[in-house]
Ligand binder design. Sequence first.
Ligand SMILES: [Zn+2]
Length: 93
Amino acid sequence: MRILDEERRKTPCKRFFGGYCKFETYCKYCHYSEKELQELERLVLAKKKANSKKRKKSTKWPWKTHTQTGLPISLQPIQLARLERTNFELSWG
Ligand SMILES: [Zn+2]
């Protein structure tokens, strides 16, 4: 988890651990103790594990599609024309 990594890289906030820091979550220093960070990491890992158990939602179309583009056959001419135009504009614009 990116936020956790960032927190770990921060210097512990002297104000916060000295009693009070008015910046709270916006503080550029870390407001988590090593123990709290470990606990957070554990929670994040547990969450990750739980998420990985779930199957990814299928993004496939329910109807017959072109094998290469994965688009419904009826939509293809429009989509491809749009893509070609976009590419053209990008490369020359
Ligand atoms: Zn602080």
